[in-house]
Design a protein around this ligand. Structure first.
Ligand SMILES: NC(=O)c1ccc[n+]([C@@H]2O[C@H](COP(=O)([O-])OP(=O)(O)OC[C@H]3O[C@@H](n4cnc5c(N)ncnc54)[C@H](O)[C@@H]3O)[C@@H](O)[C@H]2O)c1
Length: 258
């Protein structure tokens, strides 16, 4: 295999959740540039459609599908639409997720909130894996990439739901690797540090940024391309003997909100 073929995704079909913005959008773009056909899915169909249109205008193949990952019927529809349009699924980027932001005071959030965050970050990922892996196994190529977080290993106040759910995601993938490996499917996690997206902009202040950089050897926050390079690595044949792993992409540092 030459270097090009190690990163070549020609003929592969990729689903990205939350693909309309931020890390999801960047994942769609880099996988498309590597030759994959992309199913851009998002809660906001107009944002997904704009990303799909851009990929098509650059010569790639893409469709947009509305999908709220909190709804089981949307997850089923997402996989059905993908198979109907492109015939199979080879790559899944479980990117849609969230919570945290230092807003999880345990005496101010209720059980329903905690359950929602687990639904968002863990159950939706597990369910999509269950739906796509048979297609991946049949096609002979499967790679799942979950977007976890530095929050999964940091210890911070008011982050317990998000942190616990992302930690669960890490360990779930390490275990699912054993279930899926014999079927020819790999599963890995990318754990971003603070990365410049809309989600980060809702919590970042100049003071927080200064503190984050004080604990980072590389003196800048992450850009989307820093994270999507790791997504491409796990999606592509270059990582064909890598499964069950979590790679933290964080400038070598620890960025917390407190
Ligand atoms: N940006 C960071 O610093 C950072 C750090 C660690 C982890 N992450 C993780 O990266 C992932 C993406 O975050 P981001 O910063 O790119 O966010 P973002 O806000 O830039 O984009 C999120 C996208 O997801 C979509 N979305 C929201 N709810 C959805 C739902 N229920 N179903 C489907 N789509 C939905 C939004 O419409 C949006 O297009 C998340 O899992 C997040 O936890 C981000």
């Amino acid at each position: 295999m030459n270097v090009h073929s190690l990163f070549d995704l020609s003929g592969k079909v990729a689903i990205v959740t939350g693909g309309g913005d931020g890390i999801g959008k960047g994942s769609c773009e880099i996988l498309a540039q590597s030759g994959a056909s992309i199913v851009v899915s998002d809660l906001m169909l107009d944002k997904a459609q704009a990303v799909a249109d851009e990929i098509i205008s650059n010569g790639g193949k893409a469709i947009a599908v509305a999908c709220n990952v909190l709804k089981d019927e949307d997850l089923v529809n997402l996989v059905d639409m993908t198979v109907a349009k492109f015939g199979t699924v080879n790559i899944l980027v479980n990117n849609a997720g969230g919570g945290g932001g230092g807003r999880e005071n345990p005496f101010k959030v209720d059980r329903a909130y905690f359950e929602r965050i687990f639904n968002f970050n863990v159950f939706s990922t597990w369910r999509l894996c269950q739906l796509v892996v048979p297609h991946m196994a049949k096609s002979g190529y499967g790679s799942i990439v979950n977007i976890t977080s530095m929050g999964s290993i940091n210890k911070s106040p008011n982050m317990s739901a998000y942190a616990a759910s992302k930690a669960a995601l890490n360990h779930m993938a390490a275990n699912l690797a054993f279930d899926f490996g014999p079927m020819g499917v790999r599963i890995n996690n990318v754990g971003p540090g603070a990365t410049k997206t809309h989600a980060l902009s809702t919590v970042l202040t100049p003071e927080i940024e200064e503190k984050m950089l004080a604990h980072s050897p590389i003196k800048r926050l992450g850009e989307v391309i820093d994270i999507t390079g790791a997504v491409l690595y796990f999606a592509a044949p270059v990582s064909q003997w890598v499964s069950g792993q979590t790679l933290f992409v964080n400038g070598g540092g620890v960025q917390t909100l407190d």
